[in-house]
Design a protein around this ligand. Structure first.
Ligand SMILES: Nc1ncnc2c1ncn2[C@@H]1O[C@H](CO)C(=O)[C@H]1O
Length: 486
């Protein structure tokens, strides 16, 4: 309808979504400041931004900021459970449209997608139309976890040989999801053997939201396979030291409460990983009165956990004591089916790492005699033959977004201010960048922080020139050397 294409759950939810977007704007001072700063210049005019990032109310404010700066946008969620349908509807309808005449942004996302639907949605990202009505690709990617970037890179790889590899149906090491990706690319190769090569040639760069997606980018860069420049937004200090830590401190408990309403106080909670996300998770659970045990591979993070007063142990040694197990590692194969078979009755197992490979759901489903009882959407009870059961949240996917609404607006304002700055940087100065992974300069990190300090009523102290010289910095910053760890 009205020329824009979309696939969302229910445009009738748009009015509700619009109300929550309006309230969220007040809580996202960084994005609103960037709209004011760039309203005239519209630096993203000509940008065609393909966004793969949880379609939430907070992301809706990000999308409308990109549009306010001149961008043409298409959007999907980066997770099958994280879409907030009322936010998706409001973005499609737009601030001036109606459900009958939507005039917003093409969105392909709904809460509860199948994996096949998820990858169909992701494919739609790459189908912009130019003024003449021709299908053209994006010239920017905004990614969270790297699935959009992966599709382009795998597509180009297979177009080089003209072959998409086949995988043995019995090969358990190949995930169902990867089989779907291969099928998607097999179909597109048959339709047009140069499609993804053409798409990649137009892309000026990608800006990546999260730890896991950043790992993938560094791996591609190290292998010399990165097809376009990338900005690592995750490692802006005002992203990872805020969103990853204080965002999860808010949304983990929100997810646990909405999913199970189990009292956390007095229980034993095992937090796997003590990075930024693990730190926020442990603090939140301890704040609710849980006795927190941390597992870690990194002695520095383990020492931090010990000095915060947490026990540090191996999961296999404490799994029998745990009432709640939360994975935050960004790694894979953390909680095996065998370990889950040894938990207390009705122990809660959940993940807040980006992908669903931290908890072995596939192995759990193959456990002899296992029974799955769906309690409600994104809450499953798995009953072992011995009669004890576990409660698994969001099928091992991000429970803060699957069982709740993710991080709150104020903390996402910090993250998304970095996203917008990074999009402007790569779109307008892409010739200055090689096919490598970059971070934003500290002075921009401090700019984002300053907006949010002032929004919370914080009063910054001014350095005198003498003091600035004494510590070897400029009065206006940056205030720390590159190697400083916050
Ligand atoms: N409410 C939210 N809206 C959009 N993205 C979010 C939200 N909460 C958390 N995230 C992001 O989700 C990724 C992990 O996929 C993060 O690193 C966070 O920045």
């Amino acid at each position: 309808r009205n020329g824009i294409d979309f696939a969302v759950a229910d445009l009738g939810l748009a009015e509700f979504g619009r109300k929550e977007i309006r309230l969220a704007e007040h809580e996202m001072p960084g994005l609103m400041a960037l709209r004011r700063e760039y309203a005239e210049a519209r630096p993203l005019h000509g940008a065609r931004v393909a966004g793969s990032l949880h379609m939430t109310v907070q992301t809706a404010v990000l999308i409308e900021t990109l549009v306010a700066l001149g961008a043409d946008v298409r959007w999907v969620s980066c997770n099958i459970f994280s879409t907030q349908d009322h936010a998706a509807a409001a973005i499609v309808v737009g601030p001036h449209g109606t459900p009958e005449e939507p005039r917003g942004v093409p969105v392909f996302a709904w809460k509860g997608e199948t994996l096949e639907e998820y990858w169909w949605c992701t494919e739609q990202l790459f189908k912009f139309t130019d003024e003449a009505g021709n299908v053209v690709g994006p010239n920017m990617i905004l990614d969270d976890g790297g699935d959009a970037t992966l599709l382009v890179h795998k597509g180009v790889e297979f177009e080089k040989t003209g072959v998409v590899p086949t995988v043995d149906d019995e090969d358990l090491t190949v995930s169902d999801e990867y089989r779907i990706i291969l099928d998607t690319l097999r179909r597109s190769l048959a339709e047009d053997g140069k499609r993804w090569t053409t798409v990649a040639s137009d892309i000026r760069g990608v800006t990546e939201e999260t730890t896991t997606g950043v790992h993938r980018l560094y791996q591609l860069a190290e292998q010399g396979l990165l097809l376009f420049p990338a900005i690592n937004v995750n490692d802006s200090v005002t992203k990872s030291k805020f969103d990853n830590k204080y965002g999860i401190r808010h949304s983990l408990v929100d997810g646990l409460n909405r999913a199970t309403d189990v009292l956390i106080g007095g229980k034993v909670a095992v937090v796997c990983g003590f990075g930024d996300v693990g730190k926020g998770s442990a603090e939140a659970l301890a704040g609710q009165g849980a006795r927190v045990i941390v597992t870690e591979v990194d002695p520095i993070c383990a020492l931090q956990a010990l000095l915060e007063g947490f026990q540090v142990a191996r999961l296999e040694d404490v799994v029998g004591q745990a009432d709640i197990i939360i994975t935050t590692t960004g790694n894979k194969d953390i909680v095996s089916a065998e370990l889950m078979s040894r938990t207390k009755h009705q122990a809660i197992i959940g993940n807040v790492g980006h992908f669903d490979n931290e908890i072995d759901i596939a192995g759990l489903a193959r456990f002899p005699g296992i029974r799955r009882i769906n309690i409600k959407p994104q809450v499953d009870e798995w009953v072992f033959p011995d009669g004890h059961s576990i409660i698994v949240l969001s099928e091992g996917r991000l429970l803060n977004l699957g069982n709740a609404t993710g991080h709150p607006s104020f903390v996402m304002s910090n993250s998304f201010s970095n996203q917008v700055i990074a999009q402007i940087e790569l779109f307008t100065k892409h010739e200055e960048y090689n096919k490598d992974v970059y971070r934003l300069p500290k002075i921009l990190d401090e700019k984002v922080a300053k907006i949010h300090v002032e929004a919370l009523g914080g009063e910054l102290t001014k350095l005198t020139k003498d003091q600035a010289e004494y510590i070897g910095v400029d009065v206006e910053g940056p205030f720390k050397p590159e190697h400083y760890r916050y």
